[in-house]
Design a protein around this ligand. Structure first.
Ligand SMILES: Cc1ncc(COP(=O)(O)O)c(C=O)c1O
Length: 441
């Protein structure tokens, strides 16, 4: 086996719990060396962890680029990356390079995109409670679209914008579609803090107000039904519900949001961008949306999620006879709050022994002062796993770092981008000095 090639593979659905980590859950550029260790595009992963410390987020930059190109292939240029999934200047530059638009949901995200030199006219500004300062920044920067979420926001914008320089806006519509996903990431149902309800008639009232505005140039509609959705039927339903309102509005742009699901654990399905694009476009056509309409999407998770792993060092292995084995690592809910928030499942594997059978049932926990600080509730690791080993959780590229905290004053991890030419640090580790810098003596 070559050091970066010779990957093992399994057919999804046929593996048993003790089998090695399945290939399809690892970043595309991963391989197993002759020593059994994990390599990513010519870099031995445990060497990277030794050099930069752990926990460490490691992204396969080539994979993010490949996925961005795939999205462009199927949706044309009409894709906005939802930066809430993962954002730093390097990520914003990558998205700009690949010719996508970017969705920002706060003044902070907008500022990161602008400081990375992201072209303002390709920025979509979101938020259900944008402050005056955030709206001013967006207008001053000249963002491409502001997505209006409430009547209060219409009032605020009417005050801020001059008739001489109207801004282009979309209405965020709540279509009343309940996506098959976790309740906390469902956003398109009628009872939602986001957008204007279609069923309540608020969307119609907003449309009427904005059509008459001289300062706000209404060019389209936006909806987003939720996140981690595997069922294409939910998206089809979204299209069907929005179509009559959109066609009667006479508008030209329609953004269906993000939300496409990705597999995190063995046995979960993967939905192709191609199938997603096909079902959105076909159902749009079938629902009478004219071919001239500009159909857009706004994926976050599905672009970056599969491209990263998080590497941790094992600090303690505690076996409670007849109950469970706790393996404590040097991160936890502060670098990945998803298991705590959504009960999300992850796999875990030993970075320097990728092909080993994972015969020991373990619970991977973090170092925080919470019993609920669990990263992997029902994980499997090789029996040989011991203190000092590096273990990793795959598919941590989305909503991990971006939702990270420094709870217990545990600094946020460093983030690396690895590509075919080497690797680079894109976010350094948060230090105690960074945290102390906020204290006012
Ligand atoms: C308005 C909007 N667009 C896009 C997204 C991205 O969703 P996902 O990362 O599931 O693709 C979100 C996520 O919550 C969102 O709220």
């Amino acid at each position: 086996m070559s050091e970066t090639g010779g990957l093992f593979s399994y057919t999804v659905g046929t593996i048993d719990a003790g089998d090695p980590i399945p290939l399809h859950l690892l970043p595309q550029g991963c391989g197993v060396g002759s020593d059994g260790a994990l390599w990513l595009r010519g870099q031995k992963v445990s060497d990277l962890a030794r050099e930069f410390g752990s926990p460490l987020f490691i992204y396969d930059e080539e994979q993010i680029r490949a996925r961005a190109r795939e999205l462009k292939e199927h949706f044309g240029g009409d894709v906005a990356y939802a930066s809430k999934a993962f954002l730093c200047k390097a990520m914003a530059k990558l998205v700009a390079d690949e010719g996508l638009h970017i969705d920002v949901a706060s003044g902070g995200e907008l500022s990161v995109a602008l400081s990375a030199g992201f072209p303002a006219d390709r920025i979509v500004m979101h938020g259900n409670n944008k402050s005056l300062a955030e709206l001013k920044l967006a207008i001053l920067a000249g963002v491409g679209r502001i997505v209006i979420d409430s009547f209060d926001e219409i009032d605020r914008l009417e005050e801020l914008v001059s008739e001489k320089r109207p801004v282009k806006v979309w209405i965020r519509v709540t279509p009343g579609v309940e996506a098959h996903t976790h309740m906390f990431v469902m956003t398109g149902q009628h009872d939602s803090k986001f957008g204007f309800g279609l069923m309540s008639g608020d969307a119609e009232i907003a449309l009427d107000r904005l059509t008459k505005s001289k300062k706000l140039e209404l060019v389209g509609l936006h909806a987003h039904i939720g996140s981690q959705i595997f069922s294409l039927e939910s998206f089809v339903k979204e299209v069907e519900v929005l179509a009559p309102f959109f066609t009667s509005s006479g508008l030209e742009e329609l953004n269906f949001g993000g939300g496409l699901g990705i597999p995190y654990i063995s046995g979960e399905p993967a939905v192709d961008f191609k199938d997603w694009a096909h079902s959105l476009k076909e159902s749009a056509r079938a629902s009478g949306i004219p071919d001239t309409a500009r159909i857009m999407v706004e994926p976050g998770r599905s672009l970056v999620g599969p491209a990263a792993i998080t590497v941790y060092e094992v600090g303690t292995v505690k076996e409670i006879e007849g109950i469970r084995t706790y393996v404590s690592v040097d991160g936890g809910m502060s670098d990945n709050p998803r298991p705590v928030l959504y009960d999300s499942g992850y796999e875990v594997f030993k970075v320097d022994d990728v092909l080993a059978r994972r015969d020991r049932r373990v619970t991977i926990v973090g170092k925080h002062c919470e019993s609920g600080d669990i990263l992997v509730k029902d994980g499997q690791l090789p029996v040989s796993t011991k203190v000092g080993d590096y273990v990793a959780t795959p598919v941590t590229g989305a909503y991990g770092y971006s939702m990270a905290s420094n709870y217990n004053k545990v600094g946020r991890p460093a983030v690396l981008f690895v590509n075919n030419n080497g690797y680079r640090l894109v976010l350094r580790r948060e230090t105690v000095s960074d945290m102390l810098a906020l204290d006012v003596d």
